[in-house]
Design a protein around this ligand. Structure first.
Ligand SMILES: Cc1cc2nc3c(=O)[nH]c(=O)nc-3n(C[C@H](O)[C@H](O)[C@H](O)COP(=O)(O)OP(=O)(O)OC[C@H]3O[C@@H](n4cnc5c(N)ncnc54)[C@H](O)[C@@H]3O)c2cc1C
Length: 325
């Protein structure tokens, strides 16, 4: 690791003041489960001068029940989400997504805010300086994405143009399906943004002086069937090859509306709008599930080694629509 200045902050205002002062040369540290590895391997395009610890800010770790929504503080750990009876009852999908992340030790420290802002796992981007020098990929300011003609087994199959890295966050996929919003505090004040609009092809929309303070999830009225499916190569700990989070609103067997979101197929959670539109007012059956799966992946453009992801994604969408494991 290189040396940096370290601050234990006591308030959101103090953290924002420091972020502003360092003008993009500071990083927030929450649980540190992603950031510390990133710092050790010198992965970031520019090494930060300052690390701003936000775990010392009181009040950012909580789960609060409101009339129409549930509020989760940015410092709430994944373990707290998993152990919350309120989350289990209201958003089982979110619990399942959190439970699928890493190991119990990591989930005990990893925060929901950090999960949403974690860096991509693309192996070209993450190639450590220490074992042969950095790979200057498009995301790091280079001209091309080496995955396009290289080892692209885990890369994007939908919508990528210059960088084929995928968003690794399982919670982002679940929260997009749940229609959650983020509260973001910055030098200019507080803003709210849907999780669905938080990501862009090279990361997220946070300005250098901003941080997430909370996540709001509207309660699903009327009651919806919630599912989270994740395909991984290693069962005990692994990032998704593909995941699907879904909310299916049902009247008897008729789908009145749905939200179907695919993970690890694009630079952001991918909302399968065409499938959602198709399912409206349809009776759910194997046939409708098949067509919804086809439409969900319509327009996908896999690379040489990742066409298998499209087939896996279709299978998971079918399971989501039919409510099967
Ligand atoms: C072995 C292993 C397996 C994993 N498997 C999975 C998996 O299957 N699925 C999955 O989704 N994730 C997985 N992860 C990633 C893990 O979930 C993240 O490392 C963790 O959630 C990050 O949370 P943190 O609090 O430790 O964040 P940190 O490491 O502290 O921060 C991560 C990033 O987010 C930024 N940040 C943190 N909090 C905020 C905030 N409030 N506002 C703005 N920026 C912020 C930091 O500056 C940093 O850039 C895995 C990690 C490991 C090490």
């Amino acid at each position: 690791m290189k040396s940096f200045v370290h601050f234990n902050t006591r308030s959101v205002d103090e953290a924002i003041h420091l972020l502003k002062k360092y003008e993009g040369k500071a990083k927030i540290n929450a649980g540190g489960t992603d950031l510390l590895g990133v710092l050790k391997d010198r992965i970031l395009p520019e090494y930060p001068e300052a690390i701003i610890n936000i775990k010392t800010i009181p009040g950012l770790s909580m789960i609060e029940d409101g009339e129409e929504k549930i509020l989760i503080g940015a410092l709430t750990t994944l373990a707290d989400i998993i152990n919350s009876s309120l989350i289990e009852k209201t958003f089982p999908l979110l619990k399942e997504a959190a439970l699928s992340v890493a190991s119990p030790q990591i989930r005990n420290v990893a925060t929901i805010g950090g999960n949403l802002c974690q860096d991509t796992r693309c192996w070209y981007y993450r190639y450590p300086d220490g074992i042969g020098g950095r790979i200057n990929c498009f995301r790091k300011g280079g001209k091309t994405c080496p995955a396009v003609s290289g080892e692209n087994q885990y890369h994007a199959v939908i919508g990528a143009k210059k960088c084929y890295a995928v968003c690794p966050s399982d919670l982002a996929v679940a929260l997009t399906a749940l229609g959650a919003n983020l509260t973001i505090a910055g030098q200019k004040g507080v803003r709210t943004i849907p999780v669905e609009e938080f990501y862009h092809p090279l990361g997220n929309t946070l300005s250098p002086d901003e941080m997430i303070t909370a996540i709001h999830i509207p309660k699903p009225f009327p009651v919806a069937r919630q599912t989270f499916h994740k395909f991984t190569l290693r069962k005990p700990i692994d990032f998704a090859v593909v995941s699907v989070s879904s909310l299916i609103f049902l009247d008897q067997e008729i789908c009145t509306s749905s939200r179907i979101v695919l993970g690890a197929v694009a630079s952001a959670p991918f909302r399968a709008y065409k499938a959602e539109e198709f399912l409206k007012e349809k009776k759910l059956s194997a046939k409708t599930a098949e067509e919804a799966a086809r439409l969900a992946l319509d327009g996908s453009k896999p690379l040489a080694k990742n066409a298998y992801k499209v087939e896996i994604a279709k299978t998971l969408v079918k399971r989501a629509v039919q409510g099967t494991e």
